[in-house]
Design a protein around this ligand. Structure first.
Ligand SMILES: NC(=O)c1ccc[n+]([C@@H]2O[C@H](COP(=O)([O-])OP(=O)(O)OC[C@H]3O[C@@H](n4cnc5c(N)ncnc54)[C@H](O)[C@@H]3O)[C@@H](O)[C@H]2O)c1
Length: 251
């Protein structure tokens, strides 16, 4: 390893459960993620721009269909709190971005939500933190879009700040796998960044799959989505063929 190893402080705060994890974007990805982190005994603060969503979670209501009110009650009992006050990201050891990245009118990824999140947290970034992007995006985003914010804040990535990309790989509706059991791919900006990401995710996810860079990690996600999309398209086409021949595609 070329870069210095993660200061034991980050990893030891995870192990001792003193670390606070900030989750930015409390939707289909961020809410189950908050549950998994809290179940592992780490304190979670959730950040969102929607006051309604924050209020809903703080009164123990679930914003997501497959997450029960009981789940949110347990989350709150574990110390979870939602807020629109992004200055509180300074209190977090790790920050995980789960905001939308829809396609724009040219079918290109719209990074405006990620950029808005970076603008909200940039004034509060501090030494010792890990920032991990989970939103789906093109290979190169972490280096091109996130890294400049860290550098402008006067922080040294891989030395006193850790930057990673770890794609959310949830397969909605798949009852066999949960956030905890879906293998987590992680790539760091440096070796030390990867170590920090593995320390964090390894504390609440069963299997971590480290890759060599944030770009490799972003490419994994892109390839997986293309693979899934082609398979869904293929089966849909074959269903039309099977139906027209009086055959059952599920058989
Ligand atoms: N839903 C899935 O099954 C799934 C699976 C894999 C990957 N992803 C990816 O994960 C990312 C999040 O998707 P999702 O389905 O959770 O989206 P979502 O729309 O359900 O939730 C996003 C949340 O982010 C909040 N938000 C928007 N701008 C914000 C900002 N500037 N700061 C803080 N919060 C902000 C929204 O108010 C919303 O609550 C996307 O990139 C998506 O492509 C989603």
């Amino acid at each position: 390893m070329n870069s210095p190893s993660v200061p034991s402080n980050f990893a030891s705060r995870i192990v001792s459960k003193e670390a606070i994890v900030g989750i930015l974007g409390l939707g289909y990805v961020g809410t189950p993620l908050a549950l998994s982190v809290a179940r592992a005994g780490l304190r979670v603060i959730g950040f969102d721009v929607l006051q309604d969503r924050v209020d809903q979670l703080n009164r123990n209501d679930s914003p997501i269909k497959h997450i029960t009110q009981d789940d949110i009650t347990h989350l709150r009992a574990a110390g979870f709190e939602a807020t629109t006050d992004f200055s509180r990201t300074a209190a977090c050891d790790a920050l995980i971005i789960c905001v939308p990245t829809p396609l724009n009118e040219f079918r290109e990824p719209d990074l405006s939500f990620v950029i808005a999140t970076m603008n909200s947290i940039a004034p509060h970034l501090r030494a010792g933190q890990l920032l991990s992007l989970e939103s789906t995006t093109w290979p190169g985003t972490t280096t091109e879009i996130l890294l400049p914010y860290i550098e402008q804040a006067g922080l040294k990535v891989g030395e006193n700040f850790y930057l990673a990309y770890s794609p959310e790989r949830e397969d909605p509706g798949n009852l066999e796998y949960s956030t905890q059991t879906i293998p987590k791919v992680a790539g760091g900006q440096t070796d030390a960044c990867l170590e920090a990401a593995v320390a964090l995710y390894g504390s609440f996810i069963d299997t971590i799959v480290p890759v060599s860079s944030t770009e490799a990690s972003e490419m994994v996600k892109l390839l997986e989505n293309i693979h899934r999309s082609i398979n869904i398209g293929l089966v849909n086409e074959m269903k039309i063929v099977a139906d027209s021949m009086g055959l059952d595609i599920f058989e």
